[in-house]
Ligand binder design. Structure first.
Ligand code: ZN
Length: 148
């Protein structure tokens, strides 16, 4: 696990130990399940969307530090965003952690702390699981999302 040390920046550690927005969201009107078989990360994402705006977001499940921190940071970032803004954030975040081209000029704010994941290809799916699950929730997909 020593190769992960560089990833464990202060913010990531904090969000993995004390995830924000953790727990079922009673008022949710969208939800989706995600699974990353490579690592064993599982999560359920809950969204409350009104007039195309994500008013609230939460998640539960269990996963590694990176997947938990990413879901925690994502739920914080999604609140108050429109569905289009949420998709643009995902595109920007995906580009950040994979190094592949994506949506340009999307301000990622605190999500930038996960940039180090790029150095650890096996961890990219941990970091993007919550986002793939968010996309499924927006599309009301019933089938659980798998990163494989
Ligand atoms: Zn993981």
């Amino acid at each position: 696990m020593s190769d992960l040390r560089n990833l464990y920046q202060e913010v990531v550690v904090d969000h993995s130990r004390s995830p924000r927005n953790f727990g079922r969201l009673a008022a949710a009107n969208r939800s989706a399940e995600g699974f990353n078989p490579l690592c064993g990360d599982r999560l359920t994402l809950y969204l409350r969307i009104s007039d195309g705006v994500i008013e609230d977001a939460s998640f539960d499940g269990s996963g590694c530090a990176i997947s938990t921190a990413s879901a925690s940071l994502m739920t914080e970032a999604l609140k108050g965003k429109t569905e289009a803004q949420a998709r643009a954030l995902f595109s920007g975040f995906h580009a950040l952690v994979t190094g592949e081209p994506g949506e340009a000029g999307v301000p990622l704010g605190k999500l930038e702390v996960l940039a180090g994941v790029r150095e650890f290809p096996a961890r990219v799916k941990c970091a993007t699981l919550a986002w793939h699950t968010m996309q499924a929730a927006l599309e009301n997909r019933a089938k659980p999302v798998s990163t494989e």
